[in-house]
Write a protein that binds this ligand. Sequence first.
Ligand code: FAD
Length: 301
Amino acid sequence: MEKRRGVIRSDLIETLSSLGCRVLKDEPLSMHCSFKIGGPSDFFIEIPNERALSEFLKIISDDRFYMLGGGTNVLFSDDGYRGIIVCLTGDFKEISVSEDKILCGSGALLSDVLKAAYENSLTGLECVAGIPGTVGGAVYGNAGRRDKWISAAVKSVEVYKNLKKELINKEKAGFGYRKSGFENCIISKVVFSLKKDVKNSRLKKISKNMQKRLETQPLNTPNAGSIFKNPDRFSVGKLIEEAGLRGKCAGKAQISGLHGNFIVNTGGAFAEDVLTLINLIKEKIKEKFGISLETEIKIIK
Ligand SMILES: Cc1cc2nc3c(=O)[nH]c(=O)nc-3n(C[C@H](O)[C@H](O)[C@H](O)COP(=O)(O)OP(=O)(O)OC[C@H]3O[C@@H](n4cnc5c(N)ncnc54)[C@H](O)[C@@H]3O)c2cc1C
């Protein structure tokens, strides 16, 4: 079904505001993503609690909307977004710890959840140390390292699907490499099941992961993490390096000299520049190695 684009009636804006939502019009998306790229969204709505979320879903059922977390794995178009970008804030940022479980809203920062685990001597989330963004984004994309994913620590996920709230146990989700099976859902809460860190090894593991990132990732220049998924048995970063593509530029976008699978915005890059580099990499890697690359970042038009 083609959803209505770019219009919300003024009475709906009033209703949403009265429910505590923050409604912004023509909001520059470059301010809401780690790439610092993107034109205006017709509307940008911050939803602070479950009541507002379920009302929002009822009243905008015909409108086009996109669920955003921390914006650290997305590329917005230079033309922006014709519709509504939605973000979960307020209550959705809450984190509570009970014995070996952490219950959190999907808008909580992953770094805050890791901190809560650390402070409560719980282990099991160290593989996400240094990954920016929210719990919702991380669970949606099953974030992690190549071989260790956040799903290992997930117990259950609360989602909104077709206006209904459902609690889904990990076994019933569809977790895999950078996928969760929650493609048509809004993730509202997550329960992590962790272990008591009897060996007191969590700080060592976190430090090791963070150190590796500092050495291998261009953390001082805006980017959106790995651009492509790693194909079986290959590292995209290495393939890009072997193809001689590191350092190549399009406008103000550049394939990082530090990590081939990162594209950085050196200042004022456009989405079109990034897309030019993405296409160049895809073409060259196919030509040289016969491998078709799949993007990991979400390209939002
Ligand atoms: C420097 C850097 C390093 C990174 N390193 C890693 C890494 O090591 N491993 C890794 O996996 N990723 C990495 N990333 C990518 C990114 O940080 C992760 O994918 C992160 O989990 C995305 O979370 P987010 O909240 O920013 O999601 P967003 O970028 O906002 O969204 C990503 C996707 O999740 C969906 N989504 C977000 N919230 C919800 C929700 N509540 N319900 C339903 N869908 C939702 C969005 O619709 C979108 O499709 C890195 C990024 C950067 C910038």
